[in-house]
Design a protein around this ligand. Structure first.
Ligand SMILES: C[S@@+](CC[C@H](N)C(=O)[O-])C[C@H]1O[C@@H](n2cnc3c(N)ncnc32)[C@H](O)[C@@H]1O
Length: 257
């Protein structure tokens, strides 16, 4: 489940082949800021926004806004609501002035508080924070019937090995919630080998896409189509996965990585 990074690699390579011109044109330099996303993750966010064409994004964890700019500069049609429990550290960049009117900042706002009170519906979420079960429940309540969820920091390097990090925890909570709310899902995990260089997709310009983001696509089951064989297969897969999650201790999951 978490180790099918070939699927992620295929997604990235196909999407890059289809959209490389736009991806290279909209490149956003994240620079080196502690606690911000890696350039390869910024490139991954841009690729996903270009490929999935969301209209309304919720970002949890604004910090200086590097990931916000990556997503906003990838499409002139996307709106981004971004929340951070800390004070406003968002860096205004003159070159990206055209993005400002599509970025709605919510500093001093915890994700739970925002999700409880917002009237917006989102079709794309980027998480770079710690999520609770209440957050993941609210994410489903505030989403359209199919949506994309991406979380940063799937792995971290500890001692001499890669271990699961907050992105994995968020993904696990999202899947648990999806099962209880009868959503099907498709997981695109990163490979721990991409951690520092990212996945190199274009050697000629040293383009690397995705260092530590997991993407999950969620879709609500259509209650009117219970006899659809594809849906039934999906349901069986979900049931098996539920059993698998119940019996597999976290320690073993850590070792798999
Ligand atoms: C790693 S930083 C985000 C970096 C940012 N995405 C970037 O690329 O510049 C994480 C941020 O999430 C915020 N945060 C953590 N948990 C949160 C939560 N549950 N709700 C809102 N903000 C949260 C922290 O205050 C911190 O500023």
């Amino acid at each position: 489940m978490w180790s099918d990074h070939k699927k992620t690699e295929n997604y990235i390579k196909e999407a890059y082949k289809k959209n490389y011109k736009l991806i290279n044109e909209s490149y956003f330099d994240v620079g080196i800021t502690s606690d911000s996303i890696h350039q390869a993750d910024g490139n991954f966010l841009q690729l996903c926004v270009i490929n999935e064409q969301p209209k309304n994004i919720l970002e949890i964890g604004t910090w200086v806004g590097n990931s916000t700019y990556c997503m906003a500069s990838a499409s002139p049609h996307v709106k981004i609501h971004t929340v951070d429990l800390g004070k406003d550290n968002f860096r205004l960049k003159k070159k990206y002035k055209q993005c400002y009117e599509r970025i709605f900042r919510n500093p001093n706002t915890h994700s739970t508080e925002f999700l409880r009170t917002t009237n917006e519906k989102f079709d794309f979420f980027f998480n770079d924070a710690n999520l609770s079960d209440e957050d993941t429940n609210l994410i489903f309540d505030k989403s359209s019937s199919s949506f994309v969820f991406i979380s940063h920091d799937f792995y971290r390097f500890e001692g001499n090995k890669y271990v699961f990090c907050k992105g994995h925890d968020a993904a696990e909570r999202m899947i648990k919630t999806a099962l209880s709310k009868k959503y099907s899902f498709s997981i695109y995990p990163p490979n721990s080998k991409w951690y520092l260089p990212g996945l190199i997709v274009d050697k000629s310009n040293n383009k690397s896409i995705n260092s530590g983001c997991v993407m999950i696509k969620f879709k609500k089951f259509d209650q009117n189509l219970p006899s659809n064989p594809a849906l039934l297969r999906s349901l069986i897969e979900v049931k098996r996965f539920l059993r698998f999650l119940k019996y597999l201790p976290k320690k073993i999951l850590n070792r798999i990585s």
